[in-house]
Design a protein around this ligand. Structure first.
Ligand SMILES: Cc1cc2nc3c(=O)[nH]c(=O)nc-3n(C[C@H](O)[C@H](O)[C@H](O)COP(=O)(O)OP(=O)(O)OC[C@H]3O[C@@H](n4cnc5c(N)ncnc54)[C@H](O)[C@@H]3O)c2cc1C
Ligand code: FES
Length: 266
């Protein structure tokens, strides 16, 4: 097995106190997604995340899209506040946290929307043999040029403006799963649940590794806000990447919990 150390970049960071980082550049990726580059290289495994403190607003989990960047979709208060920041502004960062994706050179990657962000470092490290990339429209596809030059890329759009007209999960039926060690997946949970259902139907749910989003407070495995039923596994500590056989009989694809712990259907 590949030595873990060879998969790490940069220097170690802190768990409990946010470390100040300065924004060195902001890239507009799509109408709703921007990449924020900062002046510090974080030692991480692809798929791990950081807790990003947006001064005066909130602290939110974000996957690392590289050792020194996060790629953010604007959805609410904290992400909107992030979008108002410019070069030279300061953020706080704790982490990296979680497990990340397992090492492999023969991965089938499936991404929907901003779910492409944690898969970018896996592609850049040469681990992805084929990538299925989906979004609402051609304009919403994330990193298509980088993926096209680095791997075999198939595209789907909900509105048919580029590639297959439909959902990215539809593309899976054309793939021979035996060609791959693993399937890595990140995107909207309904999309990931459809991918898991396909793997279950194919008799190999354990081949899939899914990066989950859940509401997080501490990021350290202490508060329990990110626990998933029925096992009580914590997405921040035991995940955010889980194999499909663990998720099959869980809340995954059915519901998640809000900041107050109330169930909200997926
Ligand atoms: C491990 C992990 C990695 C993540 N990586 C990324 C990333 O790389 N890029 C990115 O853009 N986002 C990522 N997210 C999601 C991101 O943390 C949320 O979008 C963010 O916290 C929303 O904050 P807000 O204040 O802007 O929105 P809020 O005002 O809190 O919420 C606005 C809307 O977004 C929904 N929402 C809030 N949090 C989440 C969540 N965790 N998952 C799904 N929906 C949510 C709310 O239900 C609400 O409908 C990640 C989440 C986790 C747990
Ligand atoms: S966010 Fe507190 S246990 Fe996961």
């Amino acid at each position: 097995m590949e030595n873990l150390q060879t998969r790490l970049w940069g220097v170690p960071m802190t768990d409990q106190l946010p470390l100040p980082v300065r924004i060195t550049g902001v890239t507009r990726e799509t109408p709703a997604v921007r990449t924020f580059h900062f002046d510090r290289e974080i030692s991480f495994i692809p798929g791990q995340f950081v807790m990003v403190w947006v001064p005066g607003v909130d602290e939110i989990p974000m996957a690392l899209s590289s050792a020194s960047s996060i790629t953010v979709q604007r959805v609410g208060e904290a992400t909107s506040a992030l979008f108002s920041l410019r070069d030279g502004d300061t953020l706080g960062i704790r982490g990296p946290f979680g497990n990340g994706f397992p090492p492999s050179q023969r991965v089938l990657a499936v991404a929907g929307g901003v779910g492409a962000a944690p898969l970018l470092p896996v592609v850049r490290a040469g681990g992805v043999k084929k990538m299925l990339l989906g979004a609402r429209s051609a304009a919403d596809l994330l990193f298509p040029a980088i993926f096209k030059e680095s791997t075999d890329l198939a595209i789907s759009t909900d509105d048919g403006s580029l590639g297959h007209h439909g959902f990215v999960a539809d593309l899976l039926k054309d793939e021979d799963l035996h060609q791959f060690d693993y399937l890595f997946c990140c995107g909207p949970e309904r999309m990931m649940a459809a991918i898991l259902a396909f793997l279950v139907h194919s008799g190999c749910p354990e081949k899939g590794f899914f990066s989950l989003h859940r509401y997080m407070k501490c990021g350290l495995g202490v508060c329990g806000s990110c626990s998933i039923d029925p096992h009580g596994l914590r997405v921040c500590r035991d995940g955010p990447v889980f194999s499909g056989d663990i998720l099959v009989k869980s809340e995954f694809g059915h519901y998640s919990r809000d900041a107050c712990g109330r169930r909200r259907p997926i």
